[in-house]
Ligand binder design. Structure first.
Ligand code: IVH
Length: 672
């Protein structure tokens, strides 16, 4: 190939790659498979190594990262990078709107552009004649640092603008962020290598952007959304919404959650809706940003100190806060597992007051090095249980106390043991241990098990403490007199409880099996066992080998099941349950009214359903033999999307996974 032909070919390859990047990062609508993309990239690399003079700075092959830099040059922003005023309450937001309308002397509602406040780091990208020439951090707003070498490695940032209609000089401002999934994967890999992990995606993005070696930055899963402009030489639209549309045309990714609304009520509605979906988004946000859409109005409004009068950040309650570990206690669970729990100075985080968090096990405590007296970062995001993210080392007092796992059970004083291949330490007391007994009873009565309404944790504690319940069979021996004697129960509630207990006598084999609390036997396994054996006696007599023939039962689970049924005490409890009138259908249909119509299919539920909770939907799908998982992959049969479905729906669309509506779900459940 001669030089001219090579140049033309390189240009053609670059255009194809850039088009693929645009479709992927800006339109979120990829058109070519990864393999094809890799082939284009490899052809271009080969061509450029044969004709090195073709390897221009803005070639997509240059993203892998160049030579390390020794420091960061200072960059002066000719248009300062401003900050945003904050609001935490509706009242402050309404004040913002009132001030604007007073200044503009307007009665009618203002049009606002609304977008998420992305939790990353601000970056200014300078394009001259369509080529990326510099990327700079915000710094103090006037002077930032040159991070061009690192910005070039971020795939979402175009090295060249698309088309020909862009301004001669275009400074685009936006946020570099690390998507949640990338952050988790990155931290996991770092921990495995024994490297430093990041406390949150924002720190990860900031740290990655300030690497001296761009090859390291290139390995970080960073992304970018544009939300504004700096210096411009050329024509641009006269409003924010239109500008963002133009930026997309030029190849810059814009957050898909961006909208335009009329008046402050529109902003507040957006805030609530975005807040509901906050945890389903693929990236962290810490608020919503409201910006006057019309640039002429913006000019009239101007600035106060470093923030514009025309924009406001409306923050969500923090999902991370600092507090102190008052003590670390140990709880004993159903299987005897000793779980260390940190008692905290109460802290308001993610919308609730948190007073204790589980530390899971000894290894986890050592890994995080949490000690009594430490100041810790507590995180609660959405419905996820609160957790300690990390210790703040600078705030560690001299007198902290390291946690020691007790040598005997704190509840029953039996010896504790930790198996070599397990992270958990367990009490060896079995049902002699009141804690294990209480937990076993709670589990037995729970909704997915025998479903005894009204037999809650508090009542069970009281029954156990008064020696009324020893084994689960004793539940069916309770009588009114005993119940009414307890100070907690009025006559009516005692009768209600007895009725509920009575109702639970008529059960189904899978429920009973699940209720027994055999280790590793969850609802799905219980159903598989019932379906396979059809009756309890067959199951109780089964060898390990026979158990392993059941779908989803491996050697470990088989071992737990066999061990459970070989324990004379457990056999005794089962025979007592039968004598006390607990019964279930056996043989054909022992697995309940359900079928295995959906066996082998995997569903993901996302968003809010109207006709049932997600838990119910999950139960009903599982009753038909389906698997229900939390994350979407190529193996997912379909994603069931309710109202306000978030990132899982997006993911399904990306992967081309089938998407079902709530109506489709109902049809699926009801099909003959
Ligand atoms: S606009 C004049 N829009 O928040 C307004 N900023 O406190 C300049 N940020 O440094 C910023 N998401 O890092 C804007 N949608 C968004 C944003 C956003 C996050 C950050 C940005 C900036 C800081 C301002």
């Amino acid at each position: 190939m001669d030089r001219e032909a090579a140049r033309a070919r390189a240009e053609a390859l670059r255009s194809k790659i850039e088009e693929a990047d645009y479709r992927y990062y800006v339109l979120a609508d990829p058109t070519i498979p990864d393999a094809e993309y890799d082939r284009l990239m490899r052809s271009l690399e080969e061509l450029e190594s044969e004709f090195p003079e073709l390897a221009s700075e803005d070639s997509p092959t240059q993203r892998v990262g160049g030579e390390p830099v020794s420091g960061f040059d200072k960059v002066r922003h000719s248009v300062p990078m401003l900050s945003l005023g904050n609001a935490f309450s509706e009242e402050e937001v309404r004040d913002f709107d009132r001030r604007i309308r007073e200044r503009l002397d307007r009665e009618e509602p203002i049009r606002f552009a609304v977008e998420p406040k992305l939790d990353g780091v601000a970056l200014s990208l300078r394009y001259e004649n369509g080529s990326l020439v510099r990327a700079a951090t915000r710094g103090d707003g006037t002077t930032g640092e040159d991070v061009t070498h690192n910005a070039r490695t971020i795939d979402a940032i175009p090295l060249r603008l698309r088309g020909e209609e862009y301004p001669k000089v275009l400074e685009v401002r936006g946020e570099v962020y690390m998507p949640k999934a990338g952050f988790e994967a990155f931290n996991e890999a770092a921990a495995e290598r024994g490297d430093k992990t990041f406390a949150n995606p924002r720190n990860a993005a900031a740290g990655s952007l300030r690497q001296h070696d761009p090859k390291l930055t290139a390995e970080r899963p960073l992304a970018f959304f544009a939300y504004g402009l700096g210096e411009v030489d050329g024509a641009i639209p006269d409003a924010h919404g239109a500008l963002l549309a133009e930026l997309r045309e030029w190849g810059l990714p814009v957050c898909p959650e961006t909208r335009s609304v009329d008046g402050i009520d529109g902003c507040l509605e957006y805030y609530r809706d975005l807040g509901d979906r906050r945890n389903d988004l693929a990236y962290e946000i810490d608020g919503a940003v409201y910006k006057v859409d019309d640039f002429r109005l913006r000019e009239e409004l101007g600035f106060v100190s470093k923030a514009p009068r025309w924009a406001l950040a409306h923050k969500y309650p923090a999902q991370e806060e600092l507090t102190r570990v008052v003590t670390i206690e140990v709880q004993v669970g159903r299987t005897g597992a000793l779980t260390p729990v940190a008692r905290l100075e109460p802290v308001f985080v993610g919308g609730v007051t948190v007073t204790n968090v589980t530390l899971h096990n000894e290894d986890e405590i050592r890994r995080k090095d949490v000690r009594v007296g430490d100041t810790v970062v507590v995180r609660r995001a959405g419905d996820v249980i609160p957790q300690i993210v990390s210790v703040v080392p600078d705030r560690r007092p001299d007198d902290t106390v390291e946690f020691q796992m007790p040598e005997t059970c704190p509840v029953c004083d039996s010896a504790v043991a930790r198996m070599a291949d397990e992270a958990v330490t367990r009490c060896t007391g079995g049902l002699f241990c009141a804690a294990q007994r209480k937990a076993a009873l709670q589990h037995f009565a729970s909704r997915g098990a025998m479903d005894i309404e009204g037999l809650g944790d508090k009542l069970i504690d009281q029954f156990v403490e008064n020696d009324l319940l020893d084994t689960v069979a004793d539940i069916y021996r309770l009588d009114k007199e005993t119940l009414v004697d307890l100070d907690r129960l009025a006559e009516k509630s005692a009768q209600n409880l007895l009725d509920a207990i009575d109702r639970s006598r008529e059960t189904e084999l899978p429920r009973l099996l699940f209720a027994l609390g055999i280790r590793e036997v969850g609802e799905a396994t219980a159903r598989a066992l019932a379906r396979h054996f059809g009756n309890l006696d067959g199951l109780m007599a089964a060898s390990r080998e026979a158990l392993e023939e059941v779908p989803d039962v491996g050697p470990v689970v088989a071992e737990h099941i066999a061990a459970f049924f070989s324990e004379p005490h457990n056999r005794e409890v089962i025979s007592e349950l039968r004598q006390l009138g607990v019964k279930w259908p056996e043989g054909e249909g022992a697995a309940g009214p359900e079928s295995d119509r959906l066996a082998g299919r995997t569903y993901v539920l996302t968003g809010t359903l109207e006709s049932m909770t997600r838990d119910e939907a999950k139960d009903r799908l599982m009753a038909l033999g389906a698997k229900v998982t939390g994350s979407v992959s190529k193996k997912t049969s379909a994603v069931i999307a309710g109202e306000k479905a978030g990132s899982k729906l997006t993911r399904a669309e990306e992967l081309g996974v089938e998407i079902l509506s709530e109506a489709d779900l109902l049809a699926l459940l009801e099909e003959g």
